[in-house]
Structures are given as structure tokens and as C-alpha cells.
Ligand binder design. Structure first.
Ligand code: FES
Length: 285
């Protein structure tokens, strides 16, 4: 195992983080409870998780500042100072979006995420100190603090990458779940009464069926956010709410009404044929 992966494995085993992580997650969960706040920080309004988009801003600004500090010479000092300030300003919303995402994690990803957040907060403190030192004319100290911040930032970024690419945190859990492309019978028409819902297995996926009057809605039963079981969720006002973190999807088209999910649920066309409910894949919207 390479040294960085050994560090991650040690963090994942370090269950003493769980106490502080649980209280912080609870506090963050309360702070982001309002639907507009949740939808903005989760990226629901743009149809994509917000945190990974925002991370480019401080990482980009601070990377360029590090470059100018090491290779730029005196003429680059004002530009380096501006980049340090831009990184500080953009790190704050980035951290808010990241904390929102992290508050829904559990187990090993929650521990890794806590250290990721601590590393990035340390980097932010170092860059803030660097900005103060620069403003007071202590250029050498400002550069040293900035480069130290950059090193810590890279470690935080590595952990963030691990959370996404190894732990699949906040990755669309319905990607690749396509269901049948041709009309396929899944349930007897008489087995689903008005207002009832049922989970069915078809063509390697599980689908939530719900009858509302003459219409039968069908959408993937695995929540796109973190894989929660939508068939155990609450159905009301034409929507289903995931029992795990409260993402709410419209039954008619799978669109997200409330985050933390940012990806819509795949939906299926339905029809009644020969006494059976049939469904087939509908193009993703
Ligand atoms: S799994 Fe998180 S809201 Fe469904």
C-alpha cells in the first residue's frame, strides 16, 4: 500500500473521531435544514453537487499564488497577494457546501471527511495568516505561511478525491441503472390499488410503482443521493421523500424538489396491457 493510502486507512480505522463527528454533523444538519439552504448548498438548483465545483476556486487561486511566490519575482507580488485573498474569500462558501455534503455521511467516509475538513480549515488559517503577514510587509513570512498552507491543502485535496473516487460519496447512485428499454410486464394491474405503492424487480433494477388515479408512476427505487430505499419513503403531494436524508422527488418526472440529492431519479413510462402493468425506460431528463 502506498504511504498516502496507508494514512487514509489509519484515518478510517480511527473511531475516536466518531464522537466529535456526530455532534458536528448534527449541528450542520440543523443549520442547513431550510429547503432553500439545503438546495443551494447541495447543488440541487444546478443539478450537480456544488462542493466539487467550488473547490476549483480556492485551489486554483492558491496554486497560482504558490507559483508566483516561488517563481514570480518582485513584480508578481501584488498578483500573488490578490490570489491569496481570492482563495480565502472563495474557501468560505466551498467549506459550507462541503460541510453540508459531509453531514450526510456515515462510518469511514465520515471520519475521512472530518480530517479532510480539518486539513482544509488549517490551510485556510495558514493563508489568512499569510495575507496578514503580507499586508504588514513581512513578505518572507507571508510566502512561508502560504506555501505551508498549500502543502496542507494538497493533503486535504487528496482526501477529498478519496471520498469521491474510492468511497463514491455524493456520486449519483442511479448511474448505469437503466431498466428495460422495451415494454415489460412487472405486476398484475389488480395488485396495485389507487394510492398504493410497491417495489418491483425488473431487468436488473428495482422500481417504485405508485398508482394515483388512472396513472401509474414508476421511478428507480434507489435514491440517487446515497442509495436510500425510496419504497420505504413517504409519498405525499405527488412526491416521494427518501427516508435517509429527506431528498424529495416528483413521482411524475423524477425531478428533485428538495435536496440533498442533486440528480433526478430515472423514471419509466407505464401502461396497462392484458391485465398487467408494463413499463419501459424513459429518456433521462
Ligand atoms: S439517500 Fe440521502 S436522501 Fe436518499
Amino acid at each position: 500500500m502506498n504511504p498516502l493510502n496507508s494514512v487514509v486507512a489509519a484515518i478510517e480505522r480511527f473511531d475516536r473521531l466518531d464522537g466529535v463527528a456526530a455532534s458536528l454533523a448534527k449541528t450542520v444538519g440543523r443549520a442547513v435544514q431550510a429547503r432553500p439552504v439545503r438546495n443551494i448548498l447541495s447543488g440541487t438548483v444546478i443539478g450537480h453537487p456544488l462542493h466539487p465545483l467550488l473547490t476549483d476556486l480556492p485551489i486554483g487561486a492558491w496554486s497560482m499564488a504558490a507559483l508566483l511566490d516561488t517563481l514570480g519575482g518582485q513584480a508578481s507580488e501584488p498578483a500573488a497577494d490578490i490570489l491569496v485573498a481570492v482563495g480565502i474569500a472563495t474557501a468560505v462558501p466551498t467549506a459550507a457546501a462541503g460541510l453540508n455534503d459531509w453531514s450526510d455521511t456515515q462510518g469511514k467516509p465520515r471520519r475521512t471527511g472530518l480530517v479532510h475538513a480539518a486539513a482544509n480549515s488549517t490551510a485556510l488559517c495558514l493563508y489568512t495568516s499569510s495575507a496578514v503577514a503580507r499586508a504588514r510587509g513581512h513578505r518572507g513570512l507571508g510566502k512561508t505561511l502560504g506555501l505551508a498552507g498549500f502543502g496542507v491543502l494538497m493533503f486535504g485535496g487528496f482526501l477529498g478525491g478519496h471520498l469521491t473516487y474510492a468511497d463514491a460519496v455524493n456520486v449519483n447512485k442511479t448511474a448505469g441503472r437503466n431498466g428495460p428499454s422495451k415494454w415489460t410486464p412487472v405486476l398484475g394491474d389488480s395488485e396495485l390499488s389507487d394510492g398504493e405503492h410497491r417495489k418491483v424487480d425488473v431487468a436488473g433494477v428495482t422500481v417504485l410503482l405508485h398508482r394515483s388515479g388512472a396513472r401509474v408512476h414508476a421511478l428507480d427505487s434507489v435514491c440517487s443521493h446515497m442509495g436510500g430505499p425510496l419504497e420505504e419513503g413517504r409519498i405525499a403531494n405527488g412526491c416521494v421523500t427518501c427516508p435517509w436524508h429527506g431528498s424529495t422527488f416528483r413521482l411524475a418526472d423524477g425531478s428533485v424538489v428538495r435536496g440533498p440529492a442533486s440528480h433526478p431519479q430515472p423514471v419509466y413510462e407505464t401502461r396497462i396491457n392484458n391485465g398487467h402493468i408494463e413499463l419501459r425506460r424513459q429518456p433521462r431528463t
